[in-house]
Design a protein around this ligand. Structure first.
Ligand code: NAD
Ligand code: 6OD
Length: 484
């Protein structure tokens, strides 16, 4: 049985918080025991991170840090297959996804924020002074200090390094709390940190659950100077409360119930390809995924038919097999949650265009499978249409006018992402300007330029990361005013 330990002050250590099991979602089998961090382990990790700020790390120049960030990217790539196997084992996601998205982006995040910090500037202002002289203001960028990084399970390495890379680029130290479902790649990254010469204490990992456990110990720790979180909206609210003690800043990337809007003039084939991914990629476990689809009446039947066909086209099975295109969901608990929505849809008389149940995957009967599913016919206030399901499913509703589509799209407490499908640039601009979300894609989905602002509106988050926006969260700007 594999053992997964905490990584504190450059060493792999047992925690005092007991052990918990890690399941391979494809079979349900336990493949690892994870050593959970207790309060004293979290204290040790935060203490190590605080001390490291005063050690060699704190003395490094930006080019020296940048060189280390690039080595981290190379270090991940050098052990690509190990990261890949660890991510597949933890999540059950197919190799075709993890090898194209999770692991390459895990490495790329370090290179992107190395570039970003190298080219980052600060403002200077010359001013006139009352005595007829002048003064010069310039801002100096420094780290915030110890950053707590709390992560979800859907894109574990990608989403963790998306926060760790800019935090390190700005000279901070970090304590990471990966999801209890996916502890492996954050731990493996500890080995790479040591291999490339990141000073001890700069990167720490504590394992365990959230409330009353490692997550809460970390986010309420008085020596943590900032908290960055990706996960559910209700968890984000709890973390914000914890961070309010001591007035620590938070960056929150939270849940969504993202609309897709398809107009009559959309390119049918390209739209079906893109919206198919938006609904089903990663077994629907992408915060940016489309669970509400609004389709103009002229193209409605074709989209219903085409998307149902897409849903039926996935090959489910062994995630290590290159032919597999869809895996399980993350856990038995999450499968039950997704299936409870399938049941609610059925009970309310939804028309099921595809899926709606549990597939029979020979040889993998213990896995957490659910069928990719497409419904129509539910009211807009039905839980299937209002609540984040985080499964491979979507509900399609027809619309007639642009105004109606915008009203439907905005009728949600969430505001993370939207996609608009049209050949008309005017329509695209008008609608993009009015949908109340942080990220809108036109004729595409999850097309990422990591320099762009990323984050949610309304209940989908607080703050923006990406490019200079990440640097803003992870650095403290200090103004110096020199009387000349
Ligand atoms: P989650 O909120 O249940 O857990 C996320 C992390 O928070 C885990 O590490 C968990 O242990 C920890 N945690 C839970 N309660 C805590 C507490 N009280 N204090 C401190 N830590 C705590 O989320 P999840 O189920 O892992 O991930 C799925 C959710 O994440 C979905 O809602 C999805 O939309 C969201 N998500 C959002 C984005 C984004 O960029 N906006 C990206 C990915 C996932
Ligand atoms: O691409 C990213 O940087 C990012 N944060 C993606 C989030 C995906 C949510 O599941």
């Amino acid at each position: 049985m594999q053992k997964i330990q905490n990584f504190i002050d450059g060493r792999f250590v047992e925690g005092t918080g007991g052990e918990f099991a890690c399941h391979f979602p494809t079979t349900g089998e336990v493949f690892a025991e994870v050593s959970a961090a207790g309060q004293n382990d979290v204290d040790a990790a935060v203490g190590a991170a605080k001390a490291a700020l005063k050690g060699p790390w704190g003395q490094m120049s930006v080019p020296e840090r940048v060189a280390l960030l690039r080595k981290l990217a190379d270090g991940i790539n050098a052990r690509f297959d190990e990261f890949l196997a660890a991510e597949i084992r933890d999540t059950g996601k197919p190799r075709s996804i993890a090898s194209h998205i999770d692991i390459p982006r895990g490495a790329a995040n370090f290179n992107v924020f190395a570039d970003q910090i190298l080219t980052a500037s600060t403002e200077t202002f010359e001013m006139a002074t009352p005595d007829g002289g002048g003064a010069l203001n310039y801002a100096v960028r420094g780290p915030r200090g110890v950053i707590a990084v709390v992560c979800p399970w859907n894109l574990p390495l990608l989403l963790m390094t998306w926060k760790v890379a800019p935090a390190l680029a700005c000279g901070n130290t970090v304590v990471v709390k990966p999801s209890e479902e996916t502890p492996a790649t954050a731990t493996l990254l500890g080995e790479v940190m040591n291999e490339v010469g990141i000073p001890r204490g700069v990167y720490n990992v504590v394992h365990g659950f959230g409330p009353g456990a490692a997550g809460e110990f970390l986010t309420s720790h008085p020596d943590v100077d900032g908290v960055t979180f990706t996960g559910e909206t209700t968890t984000g609210a709890a973390i914000m409360k914890a961070a309010a003690n001591g007035l620590r800043p938070v960056s929150l990337e939270l849940g969504g119930k993202n609309p897709g809007i398809i107009f009559d003039d959309a390119d049918l084939e390209a739209t079906l390809e893109g919206i198919g991914r938006a609904c089903f990629a990663n077994t629907g476990q992408v915060c940016l995924g489309t669970e509400r689809l609004y389709v103009q009446r002229g193209i409605y039947e074709k989209i219903c038919e085409g998307l149902a066909q897409k849903a039926r086209s996935y090959k489910m099975g062994d995630p290590f097999d290159t032919a597999t295109t869809m895996g399980t969901v993350i856990s038995a608990e999450h499968r039950d949650k997704v299936l409870s929505f399938y049941e609610k849809a059925r009970a309310s008389g939804a028309e099921v265009l595809a899926g709606g149940g549990v597939p029979d995957i020979k040889g993998y009967e213990g896995g957490y499978w659910v069928e990719p599913t497409v419904w129509t016919g539910l009211a807009e206030d039905h839980p299937v249409v209002t609540d984040e399901i985080f499964g491979p499913c979507t509900h399609i509703q027809p619309f007639d006018t642009e105004e109606e589509a915008i009203t439907l799209a905005n009728d949600s407490p969430y505001g993370l992402a939207a996609s608009i499908w049209t050949r008309d640039l005017g329509t695209a601009h008008r609608v993009a300007k009015q949908v109340e979300v942080g990220i809108t894609w036109v004729n595409s989905w999850f097309l990422r330029d990591l320099r762009t602002p990323f984050g949610g509106s309304k209940a989908s988050g607080i703050g923006r990361e990406g490019g200079v926006h990440s640097l803003e969260f992870y650095s403290e700007l200090r103004n110096v005013c020199i009387k000349l």
